[in-house]
Ligand binder design. Structure first.
Ligand SMILES: Nc1ncnc2c1ncn2[C@@H]1O[C@H](COP(=O)(O)OP(=O)(O)OP(=O)(O)O)[C@@H](O)[C@H]1O
Ligand SMILES: [Mg+2]
Length: 365
């Protein structure tokens, strides 16, 4: 479901802003420092409960304001209002869905799946496995209803096992119990991740081929422990090393998606633009798979599309987005960087932001 009404207050350099985005493509233009990324950041906080720019949400609150308040309405019958608030004088985020206060961000995220593609996209390839694990679990979360519960159980058993490993005198019985518990839930988590990956791989390859010609690029799921041995056995045998290191060495907390170009790690050989296109294909494939598996449509935040991409690849990217029929917010400095890529029948709405003030722009045809 698309968002049809938004109201942001106390966000970065933006004065209170109310806007009615279009259901399909929304283009946001403006000079450096005008507030384009801040608008996308507001949407990200509204859907995910966190920013992609800072770990501390208080930094997103306008300097002289007491709070950041974001409101969005998802179309539907009935429409679904979503709201988040972060006050400067308290730590937590207060979240409301349909007027009801909720405790878990996961409940908010379930209503508004979103993917961000920005100039940091290459980090998904070059960075630590944690980002790829998050990418993987994003997909699994929306497709398997019991993912969140299983993931919480894995995290809980891991926490208990690691706490026991840090003790000087080990409680063997408790350690065996938590190792068994960890292995049991890890197998469940691995089965979901593995199954998701099997579906995802095909959608990804097709999407990548529509964006860029990289036939040697492959993705492989690594579950975090030896493919041929049960985790319980590994945990029992590895107690001595785990005790030395004071934490559990193997398990789903080490899972990863490994990207290769033929024989080489993709991070070592791909150019920046190629990396952005591979990450874009991964993120667009997430949305495509979600469309196939679930009635949800993914919302896309594309910050500075033109960065690193030439005209031909920008065009291919926009064509894919347009075919997916999902709500999209794209930013650019120059209108020319995003114009001319859309089919005449595509619903494109244009906005201009100047020193934090947002205005509708006339249709460019
Ligand atoms: N907490 C804050 N309070 C007030 N202003 C802020 C705050 N944090 C950042 N700013 C300002 O907000 C402005 C908008 O930043 P933003 O990153 O959204 O711009 P942008 O349009 O994306 O620019 P660019 O094209 O350079 O990416 C900047 O001028 C920045 O200094
Ligand atoms: Mg920006």
């Amino acid at each position: 479901m698309p968002l049809d009404h938004l109201h942001f207050q106390g966000l970065r350099n933006l004065p209170a802003v109310t806007w009615q985005p279009g259901a399909h493509v929304n283009l946001i233009f403006g000079d450096n420092g005008s507030g384009k990324t801040s608008l996308l950041e507001g949407l990200h906080i509204l859907g995910m409960g966190r920013s992609f720019r800072t770990r501390q949400l208080k930094h997103a609150i306008t300097h002289d304001q007491d709070a950041l308040t974001l409101f969005g309405r998802l179309t539907g019958d009935p429409a679904l209002p979503l709201g988040v608030e972060r006050r400067r004088d308290s730590d937590g985020l207060s979240v409301r869905v349909a007027g009801e206060k909720i405790d878990r961000i996961a409940e908010l995220a379930r209503h508004l799946p979103m993917q961000l593609i920005n100039p940091d996209a290459f980090r998904l390839i070059e960075g630590a496995p944690a980002a790829r694990r998050e990418f993987l679990d994003w997909g699994v979360f929306y497709v398997y209803p019991d993912f969140f519960d299983v993931w919480r159980r894995v995290r809980r058993s891991l926490k208990h096992r690691n706490a026991l490993l840090r003790h000087d005198r080990i409680d063997e019985q408790s350690l065996a119990l938590w190792s068994r518990e960890l292995a049991r839930w890890s197998d469940r988590l691995d089965a979901m991740r593995n199954d998701w990956m099997a579906h995802f791989s095909g959608v990804f390859s097709a999407t990548l081929a529509e964006l860029i010609d990289l036939p040697d690029l492959s993705l492989r799921y690594y579950r975090g422990w030896d493919r041929n041995r049960p985790l319980e056995e590994i945990l029992l045998e590895g107690v001595a090393t785990d005790r030395q290191m004071k934490f559990t060495q193997q398990g789903p907390q080490r899972a990863d998606i490994r990207l290769r170009m033929g024989r080489y790690p993709a991070a070592e050989v791909l150019s920046r633009g190629q990396q952005k296109l591979v990450v874009s294909a991964m993120k667009l494939a997430q949305g495509r798979l979600l469309e196939q598996k679930d009635r949800h449509r993914c919302l896309y935040l594309i910050d500075d599309l033109a960065a690193e991409l030439d005209e031909q690849h920008r065009r291919a990217f926009c064509r894919l987005l347009e075919q997916m029929n999902c709500q999209t917010f794209l930013t650019g400095i120059e209108p020319a960087s995003l114009e001319g890529h859309w089919h005449v029948d595509t619903d494109v709405k244009r906005f201009h932001v100047k020193q934090g003030r947002l205005a509708n722009m006339p249709t460019a045809r």
